[in-house]
Design a protein around this ligand. Structure first.
Ligand SMILES: [Fe+2]
Length: 209
């Protein structure tokens, strides 16, 4: 399935205009000078804290904001690769995503399995699958800040033949990102479009088993 069709099937055809541009992708600090269309040096994506609010068993979903919580709309897209080059997109991987609401609170403020909670307690969580070209996309609201952490999304990625990756992606426009030692590949340059929606691209590279 090509990217346009993939987005259309997700009901997100309006974002089919490519937001995957090399200028939005930066790489590890030592590779800063390699930014640009010829940059294939992003390296294996580093792991990051699972945190205390991972809930297993969430639903496949493209709009994580199932309870229409207030906040700035955000669309995150990206591509998943096996290894460090870009010749091996990973199809049909599972990317679980969870994040805080605009006030910095998780739903639920807890962990475990979805079956531990009533459905009304679960939102801003779910998973998407990559398509045949390794593309993924989801929408939600921009995560809020909570004490001690830069703004972030949590990812847990599972794919046949690759090590499960628990990681986080961050926001270039958040000055507190500099408080943590995060390589540039995971600091995403989200841009607000004319409709007020943030859009950004997070490329991920998994390590083989
Ligand atoms: Fe978190």
């Amino acid at each position: 399935m090509d990217r346009k069709k993939f987005l259309k099937n997700l009901g997100l055809g309006v974002v089919a205009t490519p937001i995957v541009t090399s200028s939005l992708i930066s790489c590890s600090k030592e590779d800063d000078n390699l930014e640009g269309p010829d940059n294939n040096k992003c390296g294996i994506t580093k792991s990051d804290m699972l945190g205390p609010y991972y809930v297993s068993g969430t639903s496949k979903i493209t709009d994580l904001n199932t309870q229409n919580l207030p906040g700035d709309k955000i669309i995150v897209s990206g591509k998943l690769f096996g290894g460090t080059d870009k010749s091996k997109p990973i199809a049909n991987a599972m990317i679980e995503v969870w994040h805080a609401d605009s006030g910095g609170t998780y739903h639920p403020v807890g962990d475990g399995n979805v079956s531990d909670y009533t459905p009304d307690k679960i939102t801003l969580r779910g998973f998407v699958n990559t398509d045949a070209q390794g593309n993924y996309i989801f929408q939600s609201i921009r995560p809020g800040l909570y004490p001690g952490r830069p703004r972030h999304f949590h990812y847990r990625i599972t794919a046949n033949g690759y090590k499960t990756l628990v990681t986080q992606i961050y926001f270039k426009d958040d000055p507190t990102t500099a408080n943590e030692n995060i390589e540039n590949c995971r600091i995403i340059d989200f841009k607000k479009d004319s409709a007020g929606t943030y859009k950004g691209n997070a490329e991920i590279h998994l390590e083989s088993n």
